[in-house]
Design a binder for this molecule. Structure first.
Ligand SMILES: Nc1ncnc2c1ncn2[C@@H]1O[C@H](COP(=O)(O)OP(=O)(O)OP(=O)(O)O)[C@@H](O)[C@H]1O
Length: 395
């Protein structure tokens, strides 16, 4: 990350904030060792106000989309434990909140990275609501849910007659969200033919409806999210590097529940309140013993899976033991790894292999019924189709 107190431009790829159990680690692209500031480890730090023990503050800037440079602000782990409707006590999640807070104060493009069910969509909405665009629209587009041509029209709109079936003009999400925020969920699934088009929109801040020859300026803040390792996708040639850099102006990792088990009691209480549990149910589902069980469970589906489990407990009026291996998928046997490969490539292969095994087992479990399998796995049906095709499990 390049920082400056002089207001000069910053690099597009500023760095990666990797939250860890004991705080947050800012990694610069060149991986040099870091510095701890207020318990947060940074790869590059700039001290202000004389620095020195206890007096160090670190300035950082977000790249502003509309030509202005966002105000610098002190980097420290947030003292508050909520952001929007997200709650946390763990340093790892609070460090993420701190970044969300700062992202909310500018219009920089944000990339939220985290496993499925960690709360990326909620985080996106919370950033929007905490910013200057709060009263303007917040539009969500799932980039994995539609085939390329429909997604293009969904994003940028189309003119009447642009393609067969385009019986009238349609305004796309970018135009509809004018003045507000567009949340591009599952950005890692964006079809390759649309990647240069989105890049152009991010660079020029103008869109062109399908079937139109004219460009139209749009004033939209972009927040994207992915459960994939986009750097590995870039390395594997599936995601454009230039688009990645444009999206990851502010990269915020959303920690898995496993990385913040101390937050489980707080989150469980919030979920139970949201589910309308009676005081008696809340009491029986927040005993120290039951909460300890919840904290020990692996939750591969993260907060979503925890929420589903608590909902079952409320329905059955019983503190059901949490699943030993999460969603019912068997804990995979340890895979052999090839340490001669780079970490990114090794991780990508493991993910590919997991994805293949998961969707294969899922489809088998549901007798080949894709809609049923998608509903049971809480996945979008079109996305499941895409995964099945990608892994050669369905033509
Ligand atoms: N802090 C939280 N408190 C209560 N519920 C939460 C919290 N975070 C997430 N959830 C619940 O978990 C579920 C998943 O949240 P969300 O859709 O934001 O996750 P996600 O990371 O975007 O998932 P995916 O990658 O699958 O799109 C939702 O039902 C949401 O209501």
């Amino acid at each position: 990350m390049k920082t400056s107190s002089e207001g000069v431009a910053v690099s597009r790829f500023q760095g990666v904030l990797k939250t860890e159990r004991k705080g947050a680690r800012m990694r610069s692209p060149d991986e040099r060792p870091g510095t701890f500031v207020h318990g947060v480890r940074w790869r590059q730090a700039q001290t202000r106000g004389g620095g020195g023990a206890g007096g160090v503050s670190l300035s950082a800037r977000c790249e502003a989309q509309e030509g202005s440079v966002a105000p610098s602000c002190p980097e420290r782990v947030a003292e508050w434990a909520t952001f929007g409707d997200l709650v946390a006590t763990s340093a790892v999640a609070r460090a993420s909140f701190d970044w969300m807070e700062r992202a909310a104060s500018c219009s920089a493009t944000v990339l939220l990275e985290g496993e499925t069910g960690t709360g990326k969509s909620r985080a996106a909405l919370a950033i929007h609501r905490a910013g200057a665009r709060a009263s303007a629209p917040f539009l969500v587009v799932d980039c994995g849910a539609l085939p390329a041509n429909l997604l293009e029209s969904e994003l940028f709109g189309h003119e009447k007659g642009a393609f067969t079936g385009a019986i009238q003009r349609r305004v796309g999400a970018f135009e509809e969200a004018d003045g507000g925020t567009i949340f591009l969920d599952e950005i890692g699934e964006l079809p390759s033919e649309l990647q240069p088009k989105l890049l152009r929109v991010l660079e020029n801040r103008e869109i062109r409806r399908l079937g139109s020859n004219t460009h139209q300026a749009v004033n939209v803040r972009v927040i994207a999210a992915t459960h994939r390792d986009l750097r590995a996708e870039v390395q594997a040639g599936r995601f454009r590097a230039d688009l990645f850099f444009r999206l990851a102006v502010v990269g915020i990792p959303i920690p898995s529940l496993r990385e913040r088990t101390e937050d489980v009691p707080l989150i469980a209480e919030r979920i139970l309140a949201g589910l309308g549990a009676t005081p008696a149910q809340v009491a029986s589902l927040t005993t120290p013993d039951f909460l300890a069980q919840l904290q020990r469970a692996p939750w591969p589906g993260n907060v979503r899976e925890l929420r589903n489990h608590l909902e079952r407990c409320v329905v059955f009026q019983s503190a059901l033991p949490p699943p030993v291996s999460g969603t019912g998928v068997q804990t995979p046997a340890p895979r052999s790894v090839d340490a001669l490969l780079t970490y990114a490539e090794s991780r990508r292969r493991a993910l590919e292999s997991f994805e293949h095994d998961y969707v294969e087992a899922l489809l088998k479990l549901h007798g080949g019924k894709v809609s049923q399998a998608a509903a049971a796995a809480d996945m979008d049906r079109v996305y499941l189709y895409r995964l099945l095709r990608r892994h050669g499990l369905k033509s």
